[in-house]
Design a protein around this ligand. Structure first.
Ligand code: NI
Length: 255
């Protein structure tokens, strides 16, 4: 197996400070062919780009996460645009809305999300969307601008998935499909068409069962792939292969 394309990771996270280089160097021998490392603010976006410069299988996404929306500088759009134009940057992300934690006021989250969608359209780049308990407002903005992109770690219902797909978006699934309470993610995993599914870790978070509680990394993707394959009635290998092809299509990469 050499076709694992992890479409969403945060190897910049401090959880990897002690062994980042050793771990990343070991990923190709575990079958990982590509990783999209997502920034959550300007500094982590810059870090994503430096990882992409160092490891040939990593590409960067740069963007302001809703948690960081109220902390980002007033002139962030200019700085972000410069990062997005750099070599190895393939997406605007991760961006979106989080009404679960509400770390930034909702009106500011919406403003920063909307501005970044507009920037992505201007640069003709896909977006990587974080939507936690904010399905309606997320869909409203996707409907308004019709960007290309993926709703990562998809947590909506099969009905919300249907509307997201109708807008042309991809759906990203990961460790959550293995959790005990995974009714909705499994319904979604069964329903997404072959050409719209991506697989991801969101590491260091969302570690799949049976390793829940430990730090996640791309090497654990086969556990999510196995569950997704089960509900789709195909082999894990087939899920990894189609998600690799889909990620290449969305991010215009060739892994
Ligand atoms: Ni993330």
């Amino acid at each position: 197996m050499r076709n694992i394309y992890d479409s969403h990771a945060h190897y910049n996270d401090e959880a990897f400070d002690e062994d980042r280089d050793g771990l990343l160097s070991s990923l190709p021998e575990k079958g990982i062919c590509a990783v999209i490392n997502c920034g959550t603010d300007l500094a982590s976006s810059e870090f994503s780009l430096s990882l992409a410069g160092k490891y040939p299988f990593i590409r960067a996404a740069c963007g302001i996460h809703p948690h960081e929306a109220s902390a980002c500088p007033g002139d962030y759009l200019e700085a972000l645009k410069e990062l997005l134009k750099r070599e190895n940057c393939v997406a605007v992300g991760e961006i979106g809305l989080d009404y679960h934690y509400d770390f930034s006021p909702r009106d500011i989250q919406q403003k920063i999300f909307e501005e970044q969608i507009i920037l992505a359209k201007e640069l003709d780049m896909p977006i990587i969307v974080h939507d936690r308990e904010a399905h309606e407002d997320t869909l409203r903005l996707l409907r308004k601008y019709k960007p290309k992109g993926v709703v990562h770690c998809f947590s909506g219902s099969a009905e919300t998935a249907k509307e997201t797909l109708a807008l042309g978006m991809y759906i990203g699934l990961g460790g959550a499909v293995t959790f005990k309470n995974a009714r909705k993610p499994l319904e979604v995993a069964a329903a997404v068409p072959d050409d719209r599914l991506l697989i991801e870790t969101d590491c260091p978070y969302m570690t799949p069962v049976p390793f829940r509680g430990r730090r996640n990394d791309s090497g654990f993707i086969p556990y999510a792939a196995e569950v997704i394959a089960g509900v789709r009635g195909v082999s894990p290998e087939a899920v990894l292969e189609l998600t690799r092809q889909n990620a290449n299509a969305l991010f215009k990469t060739d892994f």
